[in-house]
Design a protein around this ligand. Structure first.
Ligand SMILES: *Cc1c(COP(=O)(O)O)cnc(C)c1O
Length: 430
């Protein structure tokens, strides 16, 4: 497989864009190769600048749950674009998407649209602080909530991938209001919340961690969190930027039947266009300007193209049994992967919830940040490069999930299984 065009483009990009990319993990540094430049995508197939084709397991990091360039989504965007792309004024389309979100997500009575997941989490935390009059944010090691200052403490995603402990440019004065504790540890959670309840505004969590690889919540973890935060007057925020509309139509809160106070959304609700959202109980959302004093705004927020892409995507997800079928497909695929691991003797611990999964190259169960860090990242790097060379596009980091979409065909998944077996065998010969 030739990557001449991509190499050329990467050289050009590095001259004008830091690291040649607009989001760090894309540079592929932790897997030891240069990124391929994508020029086209359809269904579950990506095409790069050299004309190579790949079966996509990234799906733009989650949004493409129905596949790329779905005709109904593209059609809706085209039709809307002809009527103007941004007005900075209310449009009927915002109500359509808001109504669909309110109907779908158990915790959401009112919702505000923003332009990214980062903006959603940042705004939800500001709101929780404004509402409670308290400052401290409790988060979990290895969870990622976008790149706002308060969250860059033991964060997941690119922060783990690149081994950055925090980030220069984030003042200590801000970080001192963030407490990061281990995921899936109810004792530490309870002690932290009880000790500092006077100062804690909110707990923010990925109900299924997806940014240290896939790490499911232990039985009772989310329930205990809900119980404690209610008792102690702390706002519970579910960051459902990945899980929203993915684990089920109502997200992880519906899947696990635990209802937070505020919910952050992104990725899927934009159908591949830049959208985020935060919403929750009306009593809390009414604190947002102009109804309340907590300020948050956006020139392009509620953008018509983004709204129709979201509406078109959610409509497709309303197909009867959409999520059930997606989950069975993912379950079968993950079982086949485990069979390959056993057969070849490569140690893999595979975590899966619904249509997201991670095969960690380790023998220990992965339940939190510390156990995720036991994974053999050099082994992942070899696997990544071998799979890419065979036309399988995985996330360029051990600490991300593989996304199963509605678009991957049986043939796509068969090919991925076959290539995984080949890659594992080859890895053992090294
Ligand atoms: C991707 C992600 C974000 C950030 O969203 P952006 O659109 O990249 O700003 C926040 N939280 C979670 C759980 C995510 O996966």
């Amino acid at each position: 497989m030739e990557h001449t065009q991509s190499s050329q483009l990467f050289k050009q990009a590095q001259k004008v864009i830091p690291g040649g990319v607009n989001s760090p993990v894309r540079a592929c540094r932790s897997v030891g190769c240069d990124p391929v430049f994508i020029t086209e995508a359809k269904g579950a197939t990506l095409t790069d600048a050299d004309g190579n084709k790949y079966v996509d397991f990234v799906g733009s990091w989650g949004p493409m749950i129905v596949g790329h360039a779905h005709p109904e989504i593209v059609g809706a965007i085209q039709k809307t674009a002809e009527l103007g792309t941004s007005f900075g004024a209310p449009t009927p389309l915002e109500i359509d998407l808001a109504q669909m979100v309110v109907e779908a997500v158990p915790s959401i009575e009112k919702v505000r649209f923003v332009n990214s997941g980062t903006e959603a989490t940042m705004s939800a935390v500001r709101l929780a602080r404004g509402y409670t009059g308290k400052n401290i944010v409790v988060k979990f090691d290895g969870c990622y909530h976008g790149h706002a200052d308060s969250f860059l403490v033991k964060a997941g995603s690119g922060v783990i991938t690149l081994g950055i402990p925090g980030s220069p440019g984030v003042p200590d004065d801000i970080v001192k209001n963030t407490i990061s504790i281990p995921y899936n540890n109810v004792e530490v959670l309870e002690k932290t919340l009880r000790d500092k309840q006077q100062d804690i505004a909110c707990v923010i969590v990925e109900p299924v961690a997806g940014n240290m690889g896939c790490v499911p919540p232990a039985a009772g973890f989310l329930q205990a969190m809900r119980k404690l935060t209610s008792e102690l007057g702390i706002v519970l925020i579910f960051d459902e930027v990945i899980t929203g509309f993915r684990l089920s139509y109502g997200g992880a809160q519906e899947y696990y039947n635990v209802t937070p106070d505020l919910t952050c959304l992104g990725k899927i609700i934009g159908g591949g266009l830049p959208v985020g959202a935060y919403g929750g109980k009306a009593e809390i959302m009414n604190e947002v300007a102009p109804d309340g004093p907590v300020y948050q705004a956006g020139t392009l927020a509620g953008n018509p193209l983004a709204m129709v892409a979201g509406v078109a995507t959610l409509r497709l997800l309303q197909r009867p049994d959409f999520h059930k079928d997606l989950e069975s497909k993912a379950a079968e695929y993950s079982e086949r992967l485990q069979t390959v691991a056993k057969k070849t003797g490569v140690p893999v611990h595979l975590n899966r919830v619904g249509s997201i999964m991670t095969g960690f190259f380790t023998t220990v169960p992965v339940t939190d940040y510390d156990s995720a860090m036991k994974a053999d990242v050099s082994r992942y790097a070899v696997h990544y490069r071998q799979m890419l060379g065979q036309g399988i596009y995985l996330a360029p980091s051990q600490f991300e999930v593989a996304f199963i979409s509605d678009a991957q065909t049986e043939k796509d998944l068969d090919k991925a299984i076959k290539m995984t077996e080949w890659s594992f065998k080859k890895m053992l010969e090294m």
